[in-house]
Design a protein around this ligand. Structure first.
Ligand code: FAD
Ligand code: FES
Length: 499
């Protein structure tokens, strides 16, 4: 009746609703069914619509975090004990209630109808509802078209992505240190979960993100663009990899053929500006056609003001073909860097296993030289995988490290030795050699740099031997997506098989 009186304050009904409650005869079965429908049918219908909606939104979160739920329940129980709701007094089955008090807790607006006026209560309820509706638009920064908010879990950082920006680009622009290597949908280093919201997955290679992983809510943050506000799960890496990314011109200072198909390049920055980097990072060389090629920096930061690159000739390759056939000392290159989050985690005291394949030795070289320079005394073992002995294009170097440093061990592993090679050393795939040598990897860190196949071949068996997932650091020397843009783009080819 109170509701009817309140609704009657609106000028929308031709006759007062409250009339329906005045005589006993008007509260008939039909009217009672109508009230039941309004009280039960409408909420059930709304519930069904909400349910269908949440089923269609991927990863919809409908419950508050567990800790909030627990505290809510506990505080409700505590409140009910401290201040029980006794608006109707204690239940008495022997008497019929003739006076029903309005409950200030559940129906707080109803008593106001009689102390104020129905019109004022409408103004109050309308104002409060309007305020809550406007709340998301109040106070926040003004958004441009196509801008979305990205919140990271567990760190809880929030950044704004510009129209067309990937999750990684937006995060890096705001100084968040998300892991990445190729920035091209090829290596999988930037993979993370989209917990809430929708994304455009972009162009990527299926080996970097399988359909099953996508089904589970994963995306490659270097390719995925937000289509709504997002909550993503990712593990930000520590600060040590954070140097500003610059686009700079370099002069080719030195070119040295280390093997039939490996060129060692030394690039000196043009002008006074230097490129600061952390050992293990890489640069992307800009080509005339607007594409880029990535190369690991093969020296440690302390060594010189030059960047060393180890470039392996790829058959039919645009840039590597240029390096081997046309490039001359004195040529100028444009490159951007430092890039990537593959670097030594110096804060740990765990023994280190380096696994490198082919030119993946370059970034490992930089890391080992840095580790030796700072006097890191953790045991370090380098497994270098190759097909034939000539592929160990700088074998003397790790042999010297082994001779000069007690905590360093070098194990070259050949996958395809021929009798004429006279190879006396280890054979097989490089990750298999590691598995043979270690009973357990519980207390190790593994740094893998080489072809995607090599890096992935080691992942599952190393974890099976107890290597914690977050102690496997990988840098995949992958083929860029611009070369094979289809989602099914193949990653492997003859030249990519380093071990
Ligand atoms: C993070 C990162 C670090 C890298 N570091 C190094 C490094 O230190 N030294 C190095 O030599 N390379 C490295 N690469 C690979 C490098 O970026 C180029 O992809 C490679 O040198 C080929 O360039 P290209 O222009 O000669 O060949 P493209 O003209 O780009 O390709 C020509 C053909 O070769 C195939 N191809 C391209 N790249 C490869 C490859 N790596 N393996 C097998 N087939 C390929 C392509 O599918 C294409 O069919 C790295 C890649 C990444 C993502
Ligand atoms: S950084 Fe995203 S796939 Fe390599």
């Amino acid at each position: 009746m109170a509701t009817a009186e309140w609704l009657d304050a609106l000028p929308i009904f031709s006759a007062p609703l409250v009339r329906n409650f005045l005589e006993q005869g008007s509260v008939n079965d039909r009217f009672f069914s109508l009230l039941s429908f309004i009280h039960l049918g409408v909420p059930l219908g709304a519930f069904a619509i909400i349910w269908i909606h949440t089923q269609r939104v991927p990863q919809a979160k409908t419950s508050p975090p567990k800790i909030v739920t627990i505290w809510l329940i506990l505080s409700m129980v505590a409140l009910s004990l401290i201040q029980p709701a006794l608006s109707q007094g204690h239940a008495d089955l022997d008497s019929a209630p003739f006076v029903l008090n309005l409950d200030w807790f559940y129906l707080w607006s109803y008593p106001l109808l009689y102390s104020w006026s129905p019109a004022n209560v409408w103004i109050l309820i309308g104002g409060v509802t309007g305020f809550f509706l406007l709340l998301p638009f109040l106070g926040g920064a003004k958004r441009g078209k196509g801008e979305y908010e990205i919140t990271t879990t567990p760190a809880g950082h929030t950044v704004m992505a510009k129209n067309g920006e990937t999750i990684l680009e937006a995060s890096l622009r705001h100084g968040l240190n998300l892991p990445y290597v190729c920035r091209d949908g090829a290596c999988g280093a930037c993979k993370g979960k989209v917990l809430r919201g929708t994304v455009d997955y972009g162009i990527y290679q299926k080996s970097a993100l399988t359909d099953a992983e996508k089904e589970q809510g994963n995306a490659l943050f270097c390719c995925a663009k937000p289509l709504s506000d997002l909550q993503v799960e990712c593990h930000e890496v520590n600060e040590s990899g954070r140097f500003p990314v610059k686009i700079m011109k370099f002069c080719v200072q030195k070119m040295e053929r280390a093997a039939q198909d490996v060129m060692l390049l030394e690039l000196r920055p043009e002008g006074d500006e230097q490129m600061d980097f952390v050992a293990g990072q890489y640069i992307a060389v800009h080509l005339d056609d607007g594409t880029k090629r990535s190369y690991s920096i093969a020296n440690a930061p302390h060594e010189s003001d030059c960047l060393q690159l180890h470039v392996r000739l790829v058959k039919g390759g645009k840039f590597t073909g240029h390096v081997f056939n046309e490039m001359r000392v004195g040529d100028i290159l444009q490159a951007e860097g430092p890039l990537g989050t593959f670097f030594l985690h110096e804060e740990s005291d765990k023994p280190i296993i380096f696994m490198s394949g082919g030119c993946g030795f370059g970034s490992v070289k930089g890391m080992v030289e840095h580790a030796l320079k700072i006097g890191l005394n953790r045991p370090m073992t380098l497994y270098w995988g190759a097909r034939i002995p000539e592929d160990f294009y700088l074998a003397k170097l790790p042999e010297n490290w082994q001779r000069e440093h007690k905590n360093f061990k070098f194990i070259p592993v050949l996958s395809e030795p021929k009798p004429e090679h006279g190879w006396q050393g280890r054979t097989g795939l490089v990750h298999e050699a590691i598995l043979q040598d270690y009973q357990t990897l519980n207390n190790y860190q593994v740094y893998a740099c080489g072809s995607p196949e090599m890096v992935e071949a080691g992942r599952a068996p190393f974890m099976a031997k107890g290597l914690p997932e977050d102690q496997y650091f990988a840098d995949k020397i992958s083929v860029a997506c611009h070369i094979a843009p289809a989602m099914e783009a193949p990653v492997s080819s003859e030249g990519a098989k380093h071990d």
